[in-house]
Design a protein around this ligand. Sequence first.
Ligand code: UD1
Length: 417
Amino acid sequence: MSEMILEGGRPLLGCVRIQGSKNAALPMMAAAVLHEGEVALHNCPRIADVFSMERILRSLGAETCWEDHTLRICCRNLHGFEIDREDAASMRSSVMLMGSLLGRQGCVRIAYPGGCTIGERPIDLHLKVFQAMSARVEEQGDLLEARTPDCLWGTRICFPISSVGATENGILAAVKARGTTLLENCALEPEITHLCHFLQAMGAEIGGIGTRRLRIRGVRILRDAQFWVPPDRIVAGTYLYAAAATRGKVELLDVPVDEIASILRVYEKMGGQWECNGGKLKADASGVRRMVEYTRTQCYPGFPTDMQSVLMAVLLTIPGKGRIREEIFEDRLKTAGELKKLGGRIHTAGRDAWIIGGGPLTGARVEARDLRGGAALAVAALAASGTTVIGSAGFVERGYEAIDADLAGLGARIEMR
Ligand code: UD1
């Protein structure tokens, strides 16, 4: 696996454009399966997870092609319903194909999905949705098979907890189901709204978009569509916090400002300043000096779990004592151990991390443990003196299209090898 080498100690200065959203693009790719025709995704990020999903789609009989950042997917001749074990294990979002394959083929076989190791990550809620819609689900070891007797039937489903993936899978399953599906207590993450808008462009009938209560009337046929994948709120947050950690001044283009309100609020608490014009965010982080005493991750619109380790990296640069509580995933504080190797003073217990910031950070050899944790290590490395080598940097490439070029464009000394 590749390594990222950074030499820290200088503020980030300059301008960078934010890539298309990973978590929006992946369910849209799964949605393409529902249509016996072609969809085009513009501004699609060229990242490892998207390539993995593309590989799975091709193995099912889809035709795909890229023109710059436009990904065309044609599922006219889809024939398969079985997802290769290795492909399923390589990425969590392979589970999204369950809803769309059930809707299209009435059958799906898949190994339990992989992804970042940040906790148990069960898929019981996804399976309950399919069962409620009349599918029979059988487990044989780590293999799952779901089948519909004739088709999926619309019904009312109330999620016991907020789950992004289960909500998306419910939507995908409902689009071509017979009758109307009511999904209640849905997650509110923006990527769900984007998926709904894309499906609407394909001819799906969805009401209540952006609320906890979605109403989906099944349709028989969808149509060709094209869609602009919105910018990635977590990548925007990462680069903003990288500026904060180095007390830099950056301009971020194509920022989904409304979607990063909670990230900006924490940035302001640190003393960061920003202004926004259209999608251009000008951030002056030279005044970042206030410790944020307590932050907890929450479902949207709360502070995102995907920014938790990145925040931890920034807080290490600010004198004082702060606490971060991880509310979404039970085992997502692993990056703390790597940040300690850079000199970070962090104590973790259960879901809490206490950070004693302001001490010197010094370059060292560290290992990325997951996608966002790898990005957090890069943020800390930018603030550290000397050279940091981040091993297993391939994790970062799962979600960041060109973190090396982006940060180099902001003046960072960074190299991938
Ligand atoms: C998605 C995002 C991920 C983000 C997460 C939370 C994608 C591709 N990934 O992941 O980046 O960190 O939302 O914002 O969009 N749960 C169950 N049973 C289930 C499903 C989930 O108990 O069947 C639990 C999970 O263990 C977790 C919580 O629900 O504790 C939320 O998970 P969920 O929102 O489903 O996350 P993902 O969709 O996997």
